[in-house]
Design a protein around this ligand. Structure first.
Ligand SMILES: Cc1cc2nc3c(=O)[nH]c(=O)nc-3n(C[C@H](O)[C@H](O)[C@H](O)COP(=O)(O)OP(=O)(O)OC[C@H]3O[C@@H](n4cnc5c(N)ncnc54)[C@H](O)[C@@H]3O)c2cc1C
Length: 402
């Protein structure tokens, strides 16, 4: 067995905690996988440097498809109390009301969701709070040494460390930047309650490509009304500094058509800004170790597909590959590659990357092809808006003859 540094490791060290699966990183991916494997009676170790996941701005909404996967995996009872469901989203395009989307979405604070799921972990899967000091992987056993000297020995190592680089780097897995500083996600609370908002939830797309803004989504999380805006800008830009300083003024200028419905965009508390790059992975096809969620690829929050990739990884691994892999001796690279080549996983990751790139190009590209595409899309939308206005007019009661 060879270490990341090329050293030989003993098969199993005395005093080591022996498990079937060691998961490093207890974010949404790692915690979900640990919970599902634990419920299935697997011996699992879950390691994260923090007992409590800090309240960072990350995904704040999922759709029905992702919720159904959580339900299928048996995680519904843990997740349902942590989310705010909604079914009625008013969509604004081209400065006007476009349509009502009657679909289920579920909103949450990411930190609260991950912490709630950690609390719902089966008793036999405790969270080990610690940092990995040394890692060695190979076709039979994987070995983690934590900074307090404790050792975890596993048949399979799952790397679910999100943006964290240390463990990936120690193993030799490289991150490849596909689109640096691809987009900006901006999160804030509105100073109104859900009851004071004119709509249960809404999405408003920017009109002008020069604004470099995709859309603003406004939705309830518990008793707060939350705003998520996605822009193709960088943290260093003057625009971003100005937005942080006076979000209300800039939101009113960008989307006057929904300002009144949103309490004139008075913002409560801090504006959170996160820059996201699109990344893929190299040198990940190796024995003994599998990389999932954001530790494998990062896509853009704008089309909202990160959690879809997380649940797909967890589902494919927990339902198919890990039971298969553990049922036969060894953990060679061929076994691991079956997961990376899984058609459902490959299609989900590729669709995520494609939609991340498309969403940016259709919003801001100025070349002829993209201007024509926008013209085609917007003409179709104008027709929808016009058709609705005509129907509304026809349905008006006739004026009385008095
Ligand atoms: C601003 C923003 C908005 C987003 N919005 C959406 C959205 O609307 N819809 C959507 O679907 N997706 C969205 N995403 C993407 C989504 O949040 C991620 O895809 C998802 O949270 C990834 O989960 P994960 O478990 O892979 O990573 P994480 O949740 O980042 O978990 C990684 C874990 O690893 C731990 N860790 C790190 N280093 C180590 C180490 N050395 N040892 C042990 N543990 C370690 C961390 O402490 C953390 O607990 C958004 C992302 C961002 C940044």
């Amino acid at each position: 067995m060879s270490t990341a540094q090329g050293r030989e490791t003993p098969a199993v060290q005395a005093g080591a905690a022996e498990v079937e699966v060691a998961i490093v990183g207890a974010g949404l991916a790692g915690t979900s996988l640990a919970a599902v494997l634990g419920k299935a009676g697997r011996k699992v170790a879950l390691v994260d440097p923090h007992l409590v996941h800090h309240d960072e701005f990350r995904a704040e909404k999922i759709g029905m498809k992702q919720m159904q996967v959580f339900e299928k995996l048996g995680l519904g009872p843990a997740i349902r109390p942590l989310v705010t469901p909604m079914t009625d989203i008013h969509v604004f395009r081209l400065g006007q009301f476009f349509r009502r989307e009657r679909k289920w979405e579920f909103a949450f604070s990411y930190g609260a969701l991950v912490n709630g799921m950690r609390q719902a972990l089966p008793r036999q899967v405790p969270l080990t709070v610690g940092k990995v000091a040394e890692v060695s992987t190979g076709p039979d056993r994987q070995r983690l040494v934590l900074t307090d000297g404790s050792v975890i020995d596993a048949r399979l190592l799952v790397v679910a460390t999100g943006y964290g680089e240390a463990v990936r780097r120690a193993i030799g897995i490289e991150r490849v930047e596909e689109s640096k500083a691809h987009s900006l996600s901006i999160g804030f609370d509105l100073a109104i309650t859900p009851q004071q908002c004119a709509y249960p939830a809404l999405a408003c797309y920017a009109r002008n490509p020069a604004d470099r803004v995709a859309y603003l989504s406004v939705f309830p999380i518990g008793d707060r009304m939350r705003g998520n805006m996605f822009a193709y800008r960088t943290v260093a830009e003057e625009w971003t500094r100005a937005f942080r300083e006076n979000p209300q003024k800039m939101l009113c200028e960008l989307m006057p058509e929904i300002a009144r419905q949103c309490g004139n965009f008075a913002v409560a508390g801090a504006v959170e800004v996160r820059q996201v790059s699109l990344t893929t992975t190299r040198q990940h096809r190796r024995a003994g170790v599998v990389t999932i969620g954001d530790a494998f690829w990062t896509t853009c929050p704008t089309p909202g597909i990160g959690i879809n990739r997380v649940v797909t990884d967890v589902d494919r691994l927990a339902s198919t590959y890990i039971p298969q892999w553990l049922s036969t001796p060894g953990m060679d690279a061929e076994k691991i590659c079956a997961f990376y080549d899984d058609p459902v996983k490959v299609a989900t990751d590729k669709a995520g990357m494609r939609s991340s790139i498309y969403a940016k190009r259709i919003t801001i590209e100025t070349g002829l092809e993209w201007r024509l595409r926008r013209l085609r899309n917007n003409t179709a939308r104008q027709l929808v808006i016009l058709g609705r206005k005509m129907r509304d007019r026809e349905e008006l009661p006739a004026p009385s003859a008095a």
